[in-house]
Design a binder for this molecule. Sequence first.
Ligand SMILES: NC(=O)c1ccc[n+]([C@@H]2O[C@H](COP(=O)([O-])OP(=O)(O)OC[C@H]3O[C@@H](n4cnc5c(N)ncnc54)[C@H](O)[C@@H]3O)[C@@H](O)[C@H]2O)c1
Length: 259
Amino acid sequence: MAVVTGAASGIGQATALQLACEGASVVLVDVCDSEETQALLREHGARSVCVTADVSDPRTATTARDAALRHFSAASVLVNVAGLPDVAPEPGIACVDLDRWMRVMAVNLNGPFLMARALLPDMQAAGAGAIVNVSSMAGRLYSLNATPAYTASKAGLLGLTRHLASDYGAFGIRVNAICPGSVDTPMLRGSLDSRDAATRSDPATQRRRDRVAAVRSMTALGRMSTAAEQASVIAFLASRDAAFVTGVALDTNGGFYMA
Ligand SMILES: NC(=O)c1ccc[n+]([C@@H]2O[C@H](COP(=O)([O-])OP(=O)(O)OC[C@H]3O[C@@H](n4cnc5c(N)ncnc54)[C@H](O)[C@@H]3O)[C@@H](O)[C@H]2O)c1
């Protein structure tokens, strides 16, 4: 039984589908409606339940845990995918006001912390479990098209991953992260296209496009990833095939950053 946040779209939707195809029942957590994902899972004969709520609200994690227990069983897998992109209008810290900084941290870092805190006791009681956190290449390096808040939140998530892996390994619980490069999802497309058609060719948007084009040209595989390709790696880390893998930040960037 798996809990997936950010399940309404992109990597989260692809992950929910992949886990469902592998036999999991899934609690779909998203601030937006996850009905499209639920319909996809249903087509594949999988059971799911939607929790429409904000992961930065501490009540959401408890609601997701309760939904899992009520409809299925205690969660053995948690995938923290939900995240905010936080596009930078200009380089530098001046464009990040405190409210924005707090919001990005609340969703990208507090969210995974709250979800893990709610679900780990059941995993501990079962003596098994897997958590996969979706960080970013920004967490390993820096973001090419988002703010310092995004980079810091994703780097913080890697720290949380390592610490939980260390604390919970003895209980049979593995905690890992993936660090995607550019993935063709609504989030990336949204960061490239201004919602306002009149500003679509503004210098800031053009600069972000140039940076993403540069990433693509510097990526060994020469293209963006699909959400399904990220979901496959997440599903691997969540599976028994990765039984001896924990505390890892797995680079899923097509060879842009190699370490
Ligand atoms: N797309 C990329 O190029 C890329 C690269 C690196 C990392 N990532 C990370 O991958 C994750 C998924 O991004 P995606 O590209 O699939 O984007 P996406 O926009 O397609 O999906 C993100 C989902 O998270 C949900 N969400 C946002 N804030 C939320 C909140 N407060 N509570 C609950 N749900 C919330 C959204 O509603 C959306 O369904 C994010 O954490 C993102 O930072 C994406």
